[in-house]
Design a protein around this ligand. Structure first.
Ligand SMILES: *[C@@H]1O[C@H](CO)[C@@H](O)[C@H](O)[C@H]1NC(C)=O
Ligand SMILES: *[C@@H]1O[C@H](CO)[C@@H](O)[C@H](O)[C@H]1NC(C)=O
Length: 272
């Protein structure tokens, strides 16, 4: 019996979602958390038996014709507006496909909106068959209301010369997020989820805040640091200074005595 391509593709479409063919596979995280207004890069990779064949034996006549990321749909069959569709010019320019047609399906979503929160699935179609990754990625969008500064020390008062590590936390995990730090409202050059302060001096005293984007919105409430003089440290510094002063004074006195002695000697020689 000769099967026409349409029947074949329908059969394969039915087989796909049942997971009957282990060669069809999309790998993406179960969930992904993004701060409103920031950019999300959702890592994704896929394997596809037809694509493999097409690479190893190009004249096989199979081509990847469409890649799709759809929101809250089980199969991404129809033209997609909320997501990415290589066949549609109507999709939002905020959805960028960073992947390729052979195994990388990474998706970039810029300026995340609250309404972008959805379960996204990836679909690939060749001129024969198509397949959609069944699980999808649950994308959550947080407004950053819960941004907090946490500190490695329980007390806000730290001795001079000591160290403290501040971390910026929120409901979202922080990989790939743009974290900025401020002391008394002034931006620090350090970026990233953790701020490590060591060799503390009085100049580090102040109110620290972090924000999840460079615009300074989604800013945490302040965490105040007070750096105090270390009494023991100062006592030993004073001791060293006193000893050095004493030695210098003694050397000067000796030199003076030497000069006076030499003068007397030379006076005596002159008298002779
Ligand atoms: C997929 O493409 C993205 C964007 O170009 C890249 O950052 C990532 O490393 C690629 N992933 C793999 C597994 O090659
Ligand atoms: C830090 O904040 C506290 C109250 O929140 C305020 O009393 C203090 O003056 C602030 N310190 C600086 C250096 O702005």
């Amino acid at each position: 019996m000769k099967m026409n391509p349409w029947t074949l593709s329908v059969l394969l479409l039915l087989a796909g979602p049942l997971g009957a063919d282990p060669d069809w596979h999309v790998e993406y995280p179960d969930s992904f958390c993004v701060v409103e207004g920031s950019t999300a890069t959702i890592p994704c990779s896929f394997t596809h038996p037809m694509v493999k064949e097409a690479i190893t034996a190009p004249p096989a006549g199979l081509r990847v014709e469409r890649v799709v990321w759809c929101a809250n749909l089980e199969f991404c069959w129809h033209p997609v507006y909320n997501g990415y569709d290589s066949n549609s010019v109507l999709t939002s320019s905020r959805f960028l496909y960073l992947g390729d047609l052979v195994g990388n399906c990474t998706l970039n979503i810029t300026k995340m909106l609250k309404r972008d929160a959805a379960t996204y699935r990836f679909r690939i179609e060749t001129n024969g068959v198509g397949w959609t990754g069944p699980n999808g990625v649950r994308v959550n969008v947080t407004d950053g209301e819960d941004v907090k500064v946490r500190s490695s020390v329980t007390d806000n008062v730290v001795k001079e010369g000591g160290q403290v590590t501040l971390t910026c936390t929120s409901a979202c995990s922080f990989h790939q997020l743009d974290v900025h730090w401020y002391r008394n409202g002034h931006a620090l050059s350090e970026t990233g989820p953790a701020l490590h302060l060591s060799h503390l001096t009085n100049g580090d005293t102040g109110n620290y805040t972090c924000s999840l984007d460079s615009s300074g919105q989604k800013t945490s409430s302040p965490w105040s640091l007070v750096v105090v003089e270390d009494e023991g440290f100062h006592r030993s510094v004073h001791l060293v200074v006193a000893v050095v002063k004493g030695v210098v004074l003694a050397v000067l006195l000796l030199l003076l005595a030497g000069v006076v002695l030499a003068k007397r000697c030379s006076n005596k020689t002159n008298e002779i």
